[in-house]
Each structure stands twice: as C-alpha cells, then as structure tokens.
Design a protein around this ligand. Structure first.
Ligand code: MV4
Length: 438
C-alpha cells in the first residue's frame, strides 16, 4: 500500500482524507498556504509543508510547488480532493511524470470529460441518452441559429470547457440567439481561454440527479446509486440527498446501468460522478461526468456504508473492487446541508450538533480564522434516517442546535429551507429556491 500521501487541498476535505489515511496506516503530508499555518489540516497531518502565499494561484493551484513538496517529502501519491487541481489533466499528467500516483482517473480521461462537448459525443456513441442537440462545436452565429432552428427553441448554449453554469445561456427565440450566444462565448473565452460552444435543447425545470460510480483498474465498474442535487442557487448546491425522492426503483436501475455504461465508455477509473437531467416525463439525459470526489459524497457513504476516500486509495493502489453490483445495498435516507460563510473572520464561538445518525464534516474550530482567499464552505452537516421524513426532522434538529459565532453564515436560510412545507413534503426540482426563496 502507499506509504505516504500528500493532500493537495485544504479545509474539511483535506481533513476527511487525512482521517481515511490514518485509519489505513498511511502517513500524510499536508500542504498549506501562509494563511493556513494554523488550519486544522495543517495541524492534523503527520507532516506539513508551506507552499506559498495565501493566493490560491501561488499555493493550492501551483502545480510546481505542490509537486516539489511531494518529491521533497517522499510522498508516493497525491490526493487532490475537489476544486483546486482535482480536474486538471495537466497536473495528473505531471504527477505521472514524477512517478507519483494521482488519486483519480488517467489524465487523458480527465481531459476528455473536461471537454463537455466531447464527453457528450463519446456518450452518445456509447448509447447513453444525451440532450437532443448538435454534434459539432458551433463556429458562428449563423451556424448556431440554423442548428437551434433544427433542435427547436428554447435552446441552451453551453461552453465546451464549462460546467457549473459559466458560459451558459438560454435562448428562447431566434431574436435572442445572437446576443446570448455572443455573451456566452465571451464569458467562456475569458473564463477558460477557450470559446468552443455547443447547443442543446433546453430542458425545463429539470431534476438534477447524479450517480456515484467506482471503477477499478481491472475493468470492474459499479454504481452506488444516485444523489439528488436539485436544491441549488446560481449553480451553487445547497442540499443533496440520497436516494432521490423523485425517481422510482425502475428508473434508478435504468439510470444506474446507464451510468456504468457511461463510465466504461470513458475508460474511467477511480471514483466519479455521472450527471443527468431528468425532465417532467421522467426522461433522463447525460450532461456531464465529474472526474473527482465530490463535496456531497458523504450522503452516498451514509446509505451504502462505504468509505469512498478509502475506496479511491485502494483503487489507485491497483486493488480490485471487493464487491460487485449485487453486493451494493442502499439503506435509509441521507441528507447533506452546506453551511457557508458570508464573509471572512474569526470563529469566536462554536457549538456542534450530534446524535444518532449525525455527521459533521468541517475544519473549523473555536478561535480559527476563516481567510478570505478560498471557498466559503465552513461545514457539511449530514444526517441519516430510516426514511426521508426522519432525515428531514433530524436536520431541522441539527440546524437548531448548531451555533457559529464570529462569522455570518447561511444557517438561518438553511433552517428556512428544511422547514419549508414544500421541501418537507418533497421532492423538489431545480426551480425550488427561485420560486420560494427569492
Ligand atoms: C441544462 C439545463 C437545461 N437544459 N442543459 C447547469 C449547470 C450545468 N452542470 C448544467 N446545467 C443545466 N444544463 C439543458 N440542455 C439546465 C441546467 C441547470 C441546472 C442543472 C442542474 C442543477 C441546477 C440547474 C440550474 C439551472 C440550470
């Protein structure tokens, strides 16, 4: 097994990975920026090395510094967590060149799935349903308009290197097309230094359902069921749950098989997520594949009993999966709620919830500083109940207990969502926040 893993991340996910390594008897190296010298991940790892100033570009996003740290500390693998370099194909490639195992899929798979237009074509060729749309990038306004006419309005204009909503515009009519296409392309060019665009039919008020998959390096692929991530604002997920309250057992089975087919078509290894949109008629469409461990992975862990970080490490070491699809049993219902800071500051008081089926994933502690340089997520609250009703009740109780002083958070808003009668009754679609929490 690996002897030493460097964690190229910070915050709760770095802590999560350190804990998994410790349980497996693997030594850990934390990397930290000057703003994180007293961060929990810096203190919990066996060893820690400063890699630069607070700015991400000069620390957590700096490939040379992280690889130099890994070589200097004698790490034999790097876990990238999520965000930062986790979906950077060049970084995965550089790890391989340095003889350090990147804990994730092959760099070519990251690059292929990172291009959403290419991923779409790969999936369509493998018989995975995709949203009706074009097969070629849209080179001009004229080409785009002609294609949109064929697809039928409204259409969704997307950036090939996008995802998460950047470089994305709806066009409801030919009149709207030109300006929205040009704005989307300008945004994409600025954000990704690439203006490759594609078009799909616009799916109205879809549900966002994603399947967790695990693939080892011996050709075995399983899915671990789905997560419903429909509760989001401006493409920021707020709540995730497993299983989805809005799909039947039959649909789950069909989508799960499709997710496995998608992973095979991509030549996927390690943990990944196949994202689908589900329309009002229960038709489902592949939209993207995420080649990283995701923020919301704990809800899958709660309903499967698996430790996904440990599975990632075992797969990266070359072990075959120790279970097949028929061994995967989903039990109960899990919900995750993201607590975000609204500003930087110092935590001056902290009261954590607890109880049966309650999990708190965080790297904050009383007295810790929240630097302004990074993602604002402070904590993930995860509950597991026998069914959705019990899980929702549990989360209401958990949110009522939690106390964070010193930094403003979205705790009140989350309490509002969990006690909203429409959410309580469930399920909800991606328009829920817009409709009830403007
Ligand atoms: C769509 C769509 C409707 N039709 N594609 C948003 C982020 C990116 N991952 C894909 N997204 C969407 N793609 C077509 N053809 C609607 C969305 C979308 C969305 C998707 C999932 C969760 C929340 C969303 C909120 C707004 C739009």
């Amino acid at each position: 097994m690996f002897e030493k893993i460097l964690i190229a991340n910070r915050g709760e996910i770095a802590v999560r990975i350190i804990r998994a390594c410790r349980e497996m008897g693997i030594r850990t190296v934390a990397v930290y920026s000057e703003a994180d010298s007293e961060a929990l991940h810096t203190m919990l790892a066996d060893e820690a090395i400063c890699i630069g100033p607070a700015k991400s570009q000069e620390s957590y996003l700096n490939m040379e510094r992280i690889l130099s740290a890994a070589v200097a500390m004698g790490a034999d693998a790097i876990h990238p967590g999520f965000g930062f370099l986790s979906e950077n194909a060049r970084f995965a490639e550089l790890c391989a060149l340095c003889h350090i195992k990147f804990i994730g899929p092959d760099s070519r798979v990251i690059a292929k799935m990172g291009n959403k237009a290419e991923a779409r074509n790969t999936m369509e060729q493998a018989g995975v349903p995709v949203v009706p749309g074009g097969h070629e990038p849209v080179a001009s306004v004229e080409d785009g308009k002609a294609l949109a006419e064929k697809i039928g309005y409204p259409v969704m204009i997307k950036a090939a290197l996008g995802g998460g909503g950047k470089g994305m515009r709806i066009a409801a009519s030919p009149e709207e097309f030109e300006v929205n296409f040009l704005n989307a392309r300008r945004e994409a060019q600025k954000a990704f230094s690439d203006g490759t665009m594609y078009i799909e039919r616009y799916i109205q008020e879809p549900r966002h359902i994603e399947f967790q998959i695990l693939a080892d390096e011996h050709g075995n692929v399983v899915h671990l069921g789905e997560r419903d991530c429909s509760v989001q604002r401006n493409h920021q997920k707020l709540i995730e749950e497993a299983p989805s309250a809005s799909i039947s057992r039959e649909l789950r089975e069909k989508m799960g098989e499709t997710a496995v087919r998608a992973a095979r078509a991509a030549g996927y290894t390690n943990a990944g997520t196949v994202e689908f949109l589900v329309d009002r008629e229960d038709r489902f469409y592949f939209i993207e594949m995420n080649t990283r461990i995701q923020v919301e992975h704990p809800v899958t862990e709660m309903v499967t009993g698996l430790d996904l970080i440990k599975e990632q490490i075992r797969i990266a070491w070359g072990e075959p999966l120790r279970f097949s699809q028929k061994d995967i049993r989903l039990s109960g219902h899990a919900i995750e709620c993201r607590i975000n800071a609204r500003m930087a500051g110092t935590v001056t008081g902290l009261l954590l919830p607890g109880g049966c089926g309650v999990r708190v994933d965080t790297a904050i502690y009383n007295g810790c500083r929240i630097p302004p340089n990074y993602d604002a997520m402070l904590m993930k609250l995860i509950v597991h109940g026998q069914d959705r009703t019990e899980a929702v009740k549990k989360m209401q109780s958990v949110l009522g207990e939690l106390g964070i002083e010193g930094v403003e958070t979205n705790l009140e808003e989350q309490y509002g969502i969990f006690t909203h009668p429409v959410f309580e009754a469930g399920p909800v679609d991606t328009g829920f926040i817009e409709r009830y929490f403007k």
